[in-house]
Write a protein that binds this ligand. Sequence first.
Ligand code: SF4
Ligand code: SF4
Length: 136
Amino acid sequence: MKVARKIVLHFPAQLVEKAIAYRLVKDFDLQFNILKASIIPDSEGFIVLELSGEKDAYNQGIRFLTRAGVKIEPLSQNVSRNEEKCTHCGACLTVCPTGAFEVEDASRRIFFNHDKCIVCGNCLKACPPRAMELHF
Ligand code: SF4
Ligand code: SF4
């Protein structure tokens, strides 16, 4: 049975330059599609990828990564607002498809209702001071 999962791999500094992902292909016959990566030599890094292959091989690949010191998390994204950066300009009001932003009548400040957010990413680009932040 085949499995395909989106996961985040966190690399400690000593593993960043090793071709860990390549080993997944060569040794475990897995396929991967890198969705996002941030790797800085001599520092920590992460790769967001979709990893797929036969279930047993997939599990062996995950065990290999864990033993190598790679921390693995399922991909889950979350958008939050950095309250210190938000200037309550209102630019996010018109781009949010779910109405997660509302103007508070009395203060005219912009309220962010996290529960309505579907992580579409529109406000990340629209916010002038980059107060909306994406977290994995
Ligand atoms: S666009 Fe950014 S700065 Fe403006 S109200 Fe929305 S979150 Fe705040
Ligand atoms: S990420 Fe999309 S859904 Fe979530 S608050 Fe921003 S615009 Fe609205």
